[in-house]
Design a protein around this ligand. Structure first.
Ligand SMILES: [Fe+2]
Length: 310
C-alpha cells in the first residue's frame, strides 16, 4: 500500500439550528443518505459511493458551524503513532481520546485542537456499510439517487489565526503535503494553504483569519461539470440560498458551486482538479492574482464569499 498514515477525510460534524430543515437540505437537496440517529439526537449520513458508516454528522445547536473534522488513518498502529506524535509536537492542545462507540459503529477517535483553533480527529475503525452499487459487478451509479447526489465528502475549508502552526502540524506531523499556497505582501506571508494526504489536490484547506475556529465550507465530489450545472438547477428548483457559481477555481482547478444549508453553513459541490503525487512541487499563488486564483472566470474577489463564515 503506497498511501499510508492519514488516508482521507472521514467525517465532518456540523451544528445546525433546526434539525428537520437541515435534514431536508442534506438528504433531499444535497442527496446524502441517513444511516443512524443516536440518543443525543445526532443524525449520521453518508454519500452513495462511500463505504464507511457515515461522513456527515448533524446536531442541533444555538449557532451554526463545525464541531470537528475527522480523518481515517490506515491502522490502529498508525493511529497510536500519530496520536503520540501530535501530543509530542507541542503544536496541538486539548488532546483526548473519544471512546469507541461514541460515534455509532466507530472505533476510538483521537481528538486535538490545531493552532487555528479547529478540533481535528483521527480514527482507524468505522464499519463499512458498503456503497450503493456494491462490490460485485457494480453498475456505475445506483438507482433512486436524490438531489445533487455527490459520490463522497471531499474536504473542508477552515479559517483561523495561526496558519503557520497548523500547516506545520499537518505537514511535519500528520504527513500532508502542501499542494498549493497563497502568499501576500513583500514578505510573501502565507495567507492560504491547500493540503493533501492523498492523490487529490486538497483534503483540507486553511485561510489566515484573525479569529480562531471558523468554518468556510464542507465540500462534496461530483463526477463532472454537467453535474455541477445540474446542482445549479437543483439550487434554483429547491429555492436554496446560492452563494456563488457555477464557476471554476484557479486554485485546485475545481469546477464548483457554493450554497448554504438552512442554518447558514456553506456547502460546495465540485468536480475535477488534478492528480497530486508526493514529488509534485507546491503551486504558489500571489495576492496580485488572487481574483483569478479564487474565481478563474470573473477574476474578481467576492467579499461575501471570502468573509461569510460560521
Ligand atoms: Fe472547497
Amino acid at each position: 500500500m503506497a498511501l499510508t498514515g492519514v488516508l482521507r477525510p472521514g467525517h465532518v460534524a456540523l451544528r445546525v439550528l433546526e434539525l428537520e430543515p437541515a435534514l431536508r437540505h442534506y438528504i433531499d437537496v444535497l442527496g446524502l443518505i441517513e444511516t443512524a440517529r443516536d440518543d443525543q439526537g445526532r443524525v449520521f449520513l453518508k454519500a452513495w459511493d462511500e463505504h464507511d458508516h457515515h461522513s456527515v454528522v448533524l446536531r442541533e445547536a444555538d449557532s451554526p458551524g463545525m464541531d470537528y473534522m475527522g480523518f481515517r488513518v490506515d491502522s490502529g498502529h498508525s493511529l497510536e503513532r500519530l496520536a503520540r506524535d501530535v501530543e509530542r509536537s507541542g503544536l496541538a492542545t486539548g488532546c483526548e481520546w473519544i471512546a469507541a462507540g461514541e460515534h455509532p459503529r466507530t472505533g476510538a477517535r483521537f481528538r486535538f485542537i490545531i493552532p487555528t483553533g479547529h478540533a481535528i480527529e483521527l480514527f482507524a475503525d468505522k464499519d463499512k456499510l458498503g456503497c450503493l452499487t456494491g462490490d460485485r459487478n457494480p453498475d456505475p451509479w445506483p438507482d433512486d439517487l436524490r438531489g445533487m447526489a455527490p459520490s463522497r465528502f471531499d474536504h473542508c475549508l477552515l479559517y483561523g489565526d495561526d496558519l503557520d502552526g497548523t500547516v506545520r502540524l499537518f505537514r511535519d506531523v500528520l504527513g500532508f503535503a502542501l499542494a498549493e499556497e497563497v502568499v501576500a505582501g513583500p514578505d510573501r506571508t502565507m495567507i492560504g494553504a491547500f493540503l493533501t494526504c492523498s492523490n487529490k489536490a486538497h483534503d483540507i484547506a486553511f485561510i489566515r483569519h484573525p479569529e480562531k475556529n471558523k468554518f468556510h465550507h464542507a465540500s462534496f465530489t461530483l463526477d463532472n461539470w454537467g453535474e455541477v450545472l445540474k446542482a445549479a438547477d437543483i439550487i434554483s428548483k429547491k429555492d436554496v440560498s446560492l452563494d456563488i457559481g457555477p464557476t471554476r477555481h484557479g486554485i485546485t482547478r475545481g469546477a464548483t458551486i457554493y450554497f448554504f444549508d438552512p442554518s447558514g453553513n456553506r456547502n460546495e459541490v465540485f468536480s475535477g482538479g488534478y492528480i497530486h503525487y508526493p514529488d509534485k512541487p507546491t503551486i504558489t499563488w500571489t495576492d496580485n492574482e488572487l481574483g483569478r486564483a479564487i474565481f478563474y472566470h470573473d477574476r474578481k474577489l467576492n467579499d461575501a464569499f471570502l468573509n461569510v463564515l460560521t
